[in-house]
Design a protein around this ligand. Sequence first.
Ligand SMILES: [Zn+2]
Ligand SMILES: [Zn+2]
Length: 341
Amino acid sequence: MRAARFVGAGKPLEVTDLPDPVPGEGEILVEIAACGICHTDLSFTDHGIPTMKEPPLVLGHEISGRVKELGPGAAGFAVGDPVLLPAVYGCGECRYCRSGRENLCKNMVFFGSSRDGGFAELVTAPAAKVLPLPAAIPLEAACVIADAVSTPYHAVKNRGRVREGDKVLVIGCGGIGINIVQCAAAAGGEVLAVDLRPSAREAARSLGAAHVLDPSGVERLDKTVKGILAGGADVAFEAIGRKDTIEAAFSCLAKGGRLCVVGYCAEKVTLAAAKIMFFEQEVVGSLGCPTAEYRPLIEEVAAGRIRVEPLVTSRVSLEEINEGFDRLRRGEGIRNIVVMH
Ligand SMILES: [Zn+2]
Ligand SMILES: [Zn+2]
């Protein structure tokens, strides 16, 4: 098969021929249609974050395709079925997996980090973790459901628990934030999207934000937000990963409001404990998406309530993959995907 191989940080991906993978016990072989390029891939290639398995390795964890072959003991699919692979999956046995929090698994398996991923023509995956895709969803664009949409979906539905009529603040409308906007609007929230970039604010509007705000000219974000959202946010999402924006998001909460931290921030932040107590406010985090939550998400995409086509702003072939990575480095578009044929 043709594949783009990661050979080490700071080097371009090597597009080359590799032996076809063989599905093991309970696994299926998937002929890949498309694979999204994510900031996590850049963290391996550019920022020296180590992959869980030593390179050489095929990166890519937003994978859609068709079943090509069933390995021994694999069931539940027929050759040719359209499928989506979850970006990560759990062992099914640890205390987190057993309590339905597979995204916190101690033995997490991550496509394109702990095993070969989707920047290739073929990949193998355990049949039990593979998700069927309805014909209503375009197969190539469907790849972005894994991670780019599933991470926001989990944050909105399970961690932020956005309900019909909630006032929702989203700070940062990059690849994750823009889909928090979309999923929160689909859940019936009145969404205020905050981003410095006009293109991001425009995308947020088109994906369901009722209000958008450029924070650059704003003196007190909390006052402005409480004006627009009449009293403040019931749920505020921070999707950048900065101390100042996490603190700002918390300051915009209404009484009883909930801050959901989705951006990764290594710094310590300062939040007023008195407000958490006196206003019954909550602070939660959100990481990835348990495989079980992909199923209702796929239904929402099939029903057109959550859209994937507008998220795919550029497509490259496998041979052009390094150009696709460059587009992400330059911050172009919402999602760049690699299409195999
Ligand atoms: Zn990703
Ligand atoms: Zn587990």
